[in-house]
Design a protein. Sequence first.
Length: 304
Amino acid sequence: MTDSLPNQKKLVLISEAAKILGVSIDTVRRWDKSGVLHSERPDGKNRYFSLDELEKHKTSQPLSISQAAKNLGISPVTLRRLEDKGLIKPERNTAGERVYDKESIKNFQDSAYFLRKKQIKETIVEPSREEPENIPSESVESFEKISFNSNLKPNHSKMNELAVSVAVFVLLLTFGIGNIKLTEAKNLQLAAIPAPTPISAVLSETTEVSTAPETVSTAPVETVSTPSAEIVEPKKILTIKIDGSDSVIIRQKPTTDSKIISLAKAGNTFEFVSLNSDWYEVKLADGSIGFISAGYIEMEETNK
């Protein structure tokens, strides 16, 4: 900054002004030309802007629908529902987009509706912090005594079950050994008696029967491949939801100061590509890509 600049004013170059306002240098030039901002040229060449005016403009600048929704902690769709109920009223900028001044946002945050919703949300999310009831020490001591005494008493039912099980095991073992001895005696008697020679064995000695081995033909098995059914993912179609007389701006990039490439009317549909922050990336009729604010979109799926 040159020495010819007034000392009583805090002036910054146009590049620094763009950084303070969070916009491009072209936007600052456009605002300067339209009278939104006022520049000075103390060196006769470069544009300088008052730092006080920049701060004042930054605080008074209205919020977009995505910025207002973020400040309130809700989605742009919910913010539009509140607008339909008449709980909050936006304004329109020169491009026809919804904007919200900070005063109206603050008034809505102080409204009974917003405070009631906030209180209900905090009640659901906040865990119960109630302290457990104090149990008298006498009750604890008596409970410990009962438990200790009950462990000393023998369990008569378990002892009876064990005795019955042992008796049944002894009986089964006794009968089992007797059956094994009887079976061995019968086998010894049968082995002592010679078995008669069967007639089929005599015939087999005099007659030889030759049998040719069967040949089993193995033909190759044809495998029929069934084509797998192609899984078709449903397309997502975006529909413009605005008043019939309004138009929605389609921008080249997902920012409010990006280049305007087209306009969309109520009921126009576009193919969904992706969701970038609060902007929908859509496919236009000529195959190009554009961005539309999420506040004007309603999504539906189709199998076409």
